[in-house]
Design a protein around this ligand. Structure first.
Ligand SMILES: [Zn+2]
Length: 215
């Protein structure tokens, strides 16, 4: 320690050595993710959508890496005193990420409602990561995708939020309420960022594809 010279008379400042242009959450994510080959560029582009709050992006990132504390993952980590390992929504199968986000019949009702809102017909695959990727690529136009991707991510985020609500707050599953929440949250996110979006909440609920053209 005696050999360490701490200069005096200078202001402290943060340094991010991994990129010359400075620190951003996205660059930190890419740096941290370099050691993990599971997430390719197509997933990274989805996760870091302009309109999506970081807390939602982080949750989706953990979902895609299968790092969420699902009941299956808790058991794999040695926490095996769970009273019930089945899905909290349907009770029919063990809770793992693929069941919770893709295979659960109750969750599929929510995805159907969200797809119907935008006029998409979609058959969900049995894999949660594939489901997110396939859903996000449904719209043809870039503007529609930019508004649709937050909707997909918000829905996945609210599925996890609802799962925790059922376990910790005795809430019940309600796909209608969750679909309403997806609409209000994404409206809030897009209007909060886009300076050209002049549409009302009513327009957003009725004509989302048209609204996306304003963003
Ligand atoms: Zn289920």
């Amino acid at each position: 320690m005696r050999n360490v010279h701490i200069p005096t008379g200078q202001l402290d400042h943060f340094i991010w050595r991994h990129c010359a242009s400075g620190y951003t959450t996205k660059k930190a994510y890419i740096f941290l993710d370099d050691s993990n080959p599971c997430l390719d560029d197509s997933y990274c582009k989805l996760i870091w959508n302009l309109y999506v709050p970081p807390k939602v992006s982080v949750l989706i990132w953990r979902l895609l890496l299968n790092r969420l504390p699902s009941k299956e993952n808790l058991i794999l980590r040695g926490i095996d005193d769970l009273s019930n390992t089945n899905c909290v929504f349907c009770g029919a199968q063990m809770e793992d990420v693929n069941h919770l986000f893709a295979k659960c019949k109750k969750v599929q009702l929510l995805w159907s409602k969200i797809c119907l809102w935008w006029g998409f017909s979609f058959v969900p695959p049995n894999n949660a990561s594939l489901l997110i990727l396939q859903l996000c690529s449904l719209p043809d136009s870039k503007k529609a995708r930019n508004c649709w991707i937050p909707i997909v991510l918000a829905t996945a985020w609210l599925i996890w939020y609802s799962r925790n609500g059922v376990i910790f707050k005795s809430m019940t599953w309600d796909e209608n309420n969750l679909a309403d929440l997806v609409q209000s949250k994404t409206f809030e996110w897009i209007k909060g960022i886009s300076t050209s979006a002049a549409f009302s909440f009513g327009d957003w609920c009725q004509f989302p594809m048209l609204c996306s053209k304003e963003t």
